[in-house]
Design a protein around this ligand. Structure first.
Ligand code: ACO
Length: 256
């Protein structure tokens, strides 16, 4: 199993090891993220027990996460972390390196899991993108999302641009990214960036309620349905109808 403490992560398994709760756990730095944290997340995606079908992602302390650890962009760097811009690194190597970072986010789309982000306080940059990597977001009423990368001379590159555009549409995604403005809880709900907003002290309870509802559906049906729904945006109606038929045959003949 990944060295979770080194990655700034905590893992709890509940409901007879069907639910994994992953906590970003560097509260003194507002859960600022690093390549080691992303590697830890990717490793969890590979190493969670087979029994796990629901993943909850949350942050400890006052914020979900303040995004990338900004020390990574300084000449001094971040203790224990390789520099993002290692001496002499070329463009193609950098493309590959960012691809490795993205693995920490991509696994949350795996149909094996239904993934929930429980977001409170700040969710900035990489943290907004991490929340966008989950299937469902539930937020506390103090949430503040911000796609800050363009304000720092960067682009959002941690897998968040596609879900953002899919959810809010291109014009709104452009406006949110190019102004790097803060999105509060009411607006996040209006834009369907979050499915539910609750008072901060009710967030854990709301997540548990959702988890219990999800657990009532048979696991194979949940996995097949997530896989099917994920295909819909890229399919024509005909292609999606075929995908439905195939998935249903898989369900109906699973014991035969
Ligand atoms: N990287 C490194 N350290 C951080 C980060 C970060 N992203 N965010 C917060 N910290 C540290 C602060 O330096 C501070 O450390 P200190 O106690 O040693 O001074 C500590 O965490 C607490 O932060 P405060 O700023 O004191 O907390 P506050 O609640 O007032 O503000 C906020 C929180 C708004 C999140 C603020 O810290 C902030 O703006 N952080 C930077 C956000 C950012 O630009 N992230 C990068 C986005 S782009 C991307 O993710 C790719």
């Amino acid at each position: 199993m990944a060295d979770l403490a080194k990655a700034g992560l905590l893992l709890e398994l509940d409901h007879e090891e069907t639910v994994a709760t992953i906590t970003l756990n560097r509260p003194e730095r507002r859960n600022a993220q690093s390549p080691t944290m992303w590697k830890g997340l990717a490793d969890l995606g590979d190493e969670l027990p087979e029994t796990v079908r629901i993943v909850v992602l949350k942050g400890s302390g006052p914020s979900f996460s303040a995004g990338i650890d900004l020390r990574l962009f300084t000449p001094e760097g971040m203790p224990g972390e390789p520099s993002v811009l290692a001496d002499g690194i070329g463009p193609e190597e950098l493309v590959d390196q960012i691809g490795v970072y993205q693995e920490g986010f991509l696994w949350l789309r795996d149909p094996r899991f239904t993934t929930i982000a429980a977001v409170h306080g700040h969710a900035i940059g990489a943290a907004f993108q991490l929340a966008l990597s989950c299937d469902i977001r539930i937020a506390a009423d103090d949430v503040q999302f911000c796609m800050k990368e363009p304000a720092l001379g960067l682009v959002p590159d941690l897998t968040g641009t596609k879900p953002l555009v899919d959810i809010v549409g291109l014009p709104r995604a452009l406006e949110l990214c190019l102004t790097a403005r803060v999105i509060d809880a009411d607006e996040a709900r209006e834009l369907r960036l979050v499915e539910r907003v609750v008072k901060a002290d009710e967030l854990d309870g709301a997540v548990e309620e959702l988890v219990n509802a999800l657990l009532r559906v048979e696991v194979g049906a949940a996995r097949a349905t997530k896989e099917l729904l994920q295909k819909a945006p890229g399919h024509t109606l005909g292609e999606q109808c075929l995908a439905e038929r195939r998935a249903q045959v898989g369900r109906l003949l699973r014991n035969g």
